[in-house]
Design a protein around this ligand. Sequence first.
Ligand SMILES: CC(C)(COP(=O)(O)OP(=O)(O)OC[C@H]1O[C@@H](n2cnc3c(N)ncnc32)[C@H](O)[C@@H]1OP(=O)(O)O)[C@@H](O)C(=O)NCCC(=O)NCCS
Length: 183
Amino acid sequence: MFYWPIDDEIRLRLWERQDAFALAELVRAEAGHLGRWLPFATPAYQESDALTYIDRSRRDWAMYVGLELAVTRAPGWDVVGSVGLHTLDRVNRKGELGYWLSERQQGRGIMTRAAAAMVDTAFTIFDLNRLEIRAQPGNSRSRAIPERLGFTQEALLRDDIRHPHGYVDHVVYGLLRKEWAGR
Ligand SMILES: CC(C)(COP(=O)(O)OP(=O)(O)OC[C@H]1O[C@@H](n2cnc3c(N)ncnc32)[C@H](O)[C@@H]1OP(=O)(O)O)[C@@H](O)C(=O)NCCC(=O)NCCS
């Protein structure tokens, strides 16, 4: 299996169909933690939902319109989260970065390091000029990631996404390729 070592502790890799069972179990087990911010993460999440997601993520990579990767951690390289480039706009050379991490893996800098690697990928492999991260105003852990990586807080979008519990606002963070290169 191809994997991308970020450092001694973290590897990123493409999702595999055989991840579906474990992914579905993880999402269900962590629905309380993830579902607060991510609409897909409910206690009803099934292996078939995971398979649909995995197939789509592999198709997107094959078509070069996105890159959704599993985040794995030493020593066993179990999946602990996900990080992905999506909503790519080739004409304007921009896209969005999204992520989630298992609750018990928080607080170690895993996602900040994985996200930094994906920012590099966005500006090199995907040749983007602009990258966005969107987070709900109350999601301080998520907002801390673009803030650590030097993104600029640019806007507040009202009722941006429809969650099971209603519409939610999003803070938009933006980073330009020249800012990343000059950091
Ligand atoms: C958003 C989310 C991935 C952030 O996880 P996180 O663990 O806080 O982020 P990181 O893995 O980057 O870890 C940062 C923490 O590790 C610490 N840390 C340790 N080593 C570090 C390092 N080398 N680099 C950066 N931070 C480091 C930081 O100080 C920070 O700790 P703090 O929370 O006490 O300030 C996680 O909370 C999550 O999945 N939430 C639910 C889903 C979600 O909200 N997704 C995003 C939707 S927009």
